[in-house]
Write a protein of this length. Structure first.
Length: 115
């Protein structure tokens, strides 16, 4: 079994609500099953107006807007699961020889296995 949350979770604005949703999904996935996620990532560089500009666009076009999260916040959603290689990386660096650039806003991808 696999649960695919591709470009969905960042539309859940409230961090506690997303944590509850993810806890329910983790509980439902049997050992050997997976949760796959792509999620908006704010980047680790400071002073970049890109994230705010994107949030403004989504606030006008999507109910509630968009909430980019940090690597730590996204990783915490998979508590008790095994992150699969290459772990938590920008999707454009997934399975490439390219070194992940966490400084820029992007979309983070992760595959986690229930144990």
């Amino acid at each position: 079994m696999a649960v695919l949350l591709l470009s969905i979770a960042h539309f859940v604005i409230d961090d506690e609500e997303l944590a509850r949703i993810m806890a329910s999904l983790r509980a439902a996935v049997r050992p050997g099953g997976y949760i796959v996620m792509s999620h908006a990532f704010a980047g680790e560089r400071t002073g970049d107006d890109t994230v705010e500009a994107v949030q403004e666009v989504y606030a006008k076009s999507a109910p509630g807007g968009l909430t980019p999260r940090t690597r730590a916040q996204i990783s915490a959603l998979f508590e008790g699961m095994e992150l699969q290689e290459p772990h938590l990386v920008p999707v454009n660096a997934w399975r490439t020889d390219q070194r992940p650039d966490f400084s820029k806003p992007s979309t983070i991808g992760v595959v986690a296995k229930a144990v």
